[in-house]
Ligand binder design. Structure first.
Ligand code: SAH
Length: 464
């Protein structure tokens, strides 16, 4: 196979980024924008010894799982890698990906998976689920002011003010802001020249309260005629917070650290089930509130608490899972690396009147072993042991020292919430080799139309 060859490929699998994988004469090709079952004409763009990357030229025979994406710019945007696959099939594909990883990386026998894995939990309405949107502001190829997304690796914006994963009010807000910028000739930010003022618009929407937050990210400290803009935006029902974020750095990090509230409060309020959260522009908050409820309910059910237990929530973020657990546990300890996030966790515990949750700032791989060392030998009366440990690590999974300490703390149950099934599988292998068995598991689709998926697993201590 050589570069620029044109070949016919039948797509047989999905890669980790949602690209199609096909074979032609025993040679593997990765082809973006194709779906399992497609027969496609493909141009080879890069050829390595055993595999290569191809560009889709033409679909010769479409897969029966193919649908026309509802979003007209789905292909260019790249945010939804698999919107052209019917939602049922998306769910099937994600579930299979998790199973395959658990089986091949985790060494978990198929019979066990068949027994313990529950039906995957998908969304009834897999659109408009995101409570947070960040739109870059710039100019389209005709030089017109626009909100949308960057084309590939360029600085040009493809206009799209109605992302179908976001809420409808986003468009109205963007229209107001763009009209205001036109009227007062306020320049959008230009990354190449590091000039211009308005970089991004962040919009957050509380699904339970309808409260809206708008934050303009500026390459500067001041927004001229700000009162005119806030006057207009304040007319939108339930507008609650309007602010600017100052980001004058040459960086692709979206938000600046300094936030100035222009109108209303500095935060919006939202609920997941009965727990209330105050969310500021910089707070971490799950983006899909519908599925988050399901994920946390599942985690809580797996934890099987009766009111007396000592529970650890490791990688706790703003304490979302910790506060859920605290309602049913004796005591909950949360561990999280980012200090501001721990501030949010403590404040969230406070506004909900939750007194039995305590939070530690630091690396899980340091906090947990130190706590264990300190409390076990020196204070024999005090138990470092835990009844239940919940972990929700970032994609790289748990550090081995965390897994090791967890095993020493001898919890009856470990609930593992994961956003990367490959590292989940690796960690389950360790836990299964060290006295725990996989008892239940469920795939929860928090991010329809993308390749990402969450998995929650219950491990119980084997009888000795
Ligand atoms: N359970 C939370 C957030 C999970 S996201 C929720 O559902 O909202 C994973 C969290 O782990 C992030 O908040 C991240 O800041 C934190 N984190 C990353 N590395 C860490 C480490 N080494 N030790 C502790 N926390 C870490």
């Amino acid at each position: 196979m050589r570069k620029n060859d044109i070949v016919t490929v039948t797509i047989e699998d999905f890669g980790i980024n949602g690209e199609g994988i096909g074979k032609t004469k025993g040679y593997t090709l990765f082809v973006k924008d194709t779906v399992i079952g497609d027969v496609a004409e493909v141009k080879v763009m890069k050829a390595k010894k055993n595999y290569g990357y191809g560009k889709l030229l033409k679909i010769l025979k479409p897969s029966k799982d193919r649908v026309t994406p509802d979003c007209p710019v789905a292909r260019q945007c790249g945010g939804c890698q698999i919107q052209m696959v019917s939602y049922d099939k998306q769910l099937e594909y994600k579930n299979r990906k998790v199973w395959n990883n658990l089986k091949h990386i985790g060494g978990i026998p198929e019979e066990l998976l068949a027994r313990v894995m529950e039906q995957p939990c998908g969304m009834k309405e897999p659109y408009r689920y995101r409570n947070k949107a960040q739109f870059p502001i710039g100019r389209d190829r005709n030089g017109k002011l626009a909100a949308g997304f960057y084309v590939g690796h360029t600085h040009q914006i493809i206009p799209c003010d109605d992302c179908l994963l976001g809420v409808k009010v986003n468009r109205k807000i963007l229209d107001i802001i763009l009209a205001f910028m036109e009227r007062y000739q306020i320049e959008p930010y230009n990354e190449e020249q590091h000039r211009g003022l308005v970089r991004h618009i962040l919009i957050r929407y509380g699904f339970a309260t309808d409260e809206i937050m708008v934050c303009l990210v500026l390459n500067g400290r001041r927004l001229p005629h700000a009162e005119v803009l806030t006057g207009k935006l304040a007319g939108i029902p339930k507008m609650t917070s309007i602010s600017v974020s100052i980001n004058t750095e040459k960086t692709n990090v979206i938000m600046g650290k300094e936030i100035v509230t222009l109108w209303g409060q500095g935060y919006i309020t939202d609920y997941i089930e009965d727990i209330k959260y105050q969310i500021s522009p910089l707070s971490f908050y799950q983006v899909n509130p519908v599925q988050t409820g399901d994920l946390y309910r599942t985690a809580l059910e797996y934890a099987d608490l009766h009111g007396e237990e000592t529970v650890w929530d490791v990688y706790c973020g703003i304490g979302t899972i910790s506060l859920f657990l605290a309602q049913k546990a004796g005591r909950v300890y949360g561990v999280e690396i980012i200090p501001q996030t721990i501030e949010d966790a403590k404040r969230n515990a406070g506004i909900n009147g939750i007194l039995n949750a305590e939070f530690f700032t630091g690396k899980a791989e340091e906090v947990l072993p130190e706590y264990y060392k300190e409390y076990t030998p020196r204070h024999p009366g005090r138990k470092a042991e835990a009844d239940v440990i919940v972990v929700d690590p970032p994609r790289k999974g748990c550090a081995e020292s965390v897994l090791e300490t967890m095993v020493r703390m001898r919890p009856r149950r470990i609930v593992y919430v994961s956003c990367d099934s490959a590292t989940l599988a690796r960690d389950l292998k360790y836990l299964r080799e060290n006295g725990y068995e996989l008892d239940r598991g469920k795939v929860v689709d928090m991010f329809p139309h993308t390749v990402h998926v969450e998995t929650v697993c219950l491990l119980t201590k084997k009888a000795q």
